[in-house]
Design a protein around this ligand. Structure first.
Ligand SMILES: [Zn+2]
Length: 78
């Protein structure tokens, strides 16, 4: 699970940085690396980033010290 944790984390960071590039420069990691958002490798990256988001969303709470420490049973999420 540790490896999966690192991979999903890295992919989420890549995804987040990609949005930064899109927001500031209108660049996109798929376009930069593979020439087009339609390129199959670009789409694979987008899919992997999205799957990582799902995996982290599903496992974050038990992996995260902050969340597990500061989540009383009040149902408050923020
Ligand atoms: Zn957390």
């Amino acid at each position: 699970m540790k490896v999966l944790h690192y991979i999903t984390f890295a992919l989420l960071v890549i995804g987040g940085l990609n949005w930064l590039l899109v927001g500031i420069f209108k660049w996109d990691i798929g376009m930069l690396l593979f020439g087009s958002q339609e390129a199959i490798l670009s789409r694979i990256i987008y899919i992997l980033v999205g799957l990582s988001a799902i995996a982290v969303a599903a496992t974050h709470k038990k992996d995260c010290k902050v969340c597990s420490a500061e989540m009383p049973a009040s149902g408050q999420t923020m």
